[in-house]
Design a protein around this ligand. Structure first.
Ligand code: BT5
Length: 274
């Protein structure tokens, strides 16, 4: 077992009437269902002290859904899975970024299984289908005395959207547009919670991607492809060859291998990098 059992007992949170139970394990054992919220990530951060580890907050609509680097996330009413959950991992802050990869792996596996679609991960935080973005992940870390206090992971999955805002209409897609056999939000969330729990425990067993790397790489759209990397304000083209145990992207240029920690990596043929 991981540290999760211990931290589960940290808050004596009283389960109120808005808290529903969808999973016997710790992940999603408590769920807050909202009709509308600014952002489920912000909600978790605001109520952090009251939420047990693994609590899932899900909304039908978000009025200020957020992506990375203060970008927006379109979250129309009833058309997708807009949810966040809280983790309190006993790991170094530098290892928390790996939880984005753990989430991407669990979500891709579940969505593939239920939808029947051919889905892949675009490192580090996108799930893509036929070259378009189906889902995104936003991981936010809170520190206390330079140590990991808690982590909020937010997931946005486009489920039944058929018309996206003009600025993203060419790069975004939904389960419905791709012809998925399942669009059942409750079922997807339930199965995700079970799958995430397994992947998370594998991550926590070593504190890195060692046990998950192979499976993750099999789903990685970047692998063997030319990628365009923006690093230290400079752009360069290289071939992605995989990830290391820390979850960093490995790229090769003229036989020199570089690790990419975070930031923008565009893949040729995906979202318009040609
Ligand atoms: C992400 O950021 O992909 C993270 C998205 C996380 C959203 C979830 S929803 C629940 C939780 N609560 C929140 O407030 N957020 C999380 P990034 O890689 O920075 O991508 C953002 C970019 O994706 C935007 O700048 C748009 O170009 C594009 N985009 C916006 N809405 C989209 C959508 N619904 N589907 C596909 N692409 C979208």
């Amino acid at each position: 077992m991981t540290n999760v059992d211990n931290v589960n007992n940290k808050s004596g949170h009283n389960t109120g009437p808005d808290l529903l139970c969808i999973n016997k394990g710790w992940m999603g054992r408590h769920m807050v269902k909202l009709d509308v919220v600014d952002s489920t990530n912000l909600y978790v951060k605001n109520y952090e002290e009251k939420l047990q580890t693994g609590t899932v907050v899900i909304a039908k609509a978000q009025t200020a859904g957020r992506g990375r680097l203060s970008r927006g996330w379109s979250s129309p009413n009833g058309e997708g899975i807009w949810m966040s959950y809280i983790l309190r991992p006993d790991i170094e802050p530098s290892a928390c970024g790996g939880l984005t990869l753990v989430t991407a792996l669990a979500l891709t596996k579940v969505l593939k299984r239920l939808s029947g679609l051919n889905l892949q991960i675009k490192w580090p935080n996108d799930i893509v289908c036929n070259g378009k973005k189906l889902a995104g992940i936003l991981t936010e870390l809170s520190l206390k005395d330079m140590k990991t206090d808690y982590v909020v992971v937010g997931i946005g999955v486009n489920v039944s959207t058929t018309k996206f805002p003009d600025d993203i209409s060419r790069m975004a897609t939904s389960l419905k547009l791709e012809g998925a056999v399942c669009e059942d939000i409750d079922l997807i969330v339930k199965e995700f919670c079970e799958e995430f729990e397994k992947c998370y425990e594998a991550y926590m067993a070593t504190g890195d991607m060692k046990l998950l790397k192979e499976e993750y790489q099999q789903l990685l759209v970047n692998i063997g492809r030319e990628v365009c990397i923006l690093k230290d304000d400079k752009e360069f083209i290289a071939e992605a060859i995989g990830i290391n145990d820390e979850g960093e992207l490995l790229v090769k240029k003229e036989s020199e291998i570089t690790t990419i920690r975070a930031g923008e990596v565009s893949v040729r043929g995906i979202y318009g990098y040609v």
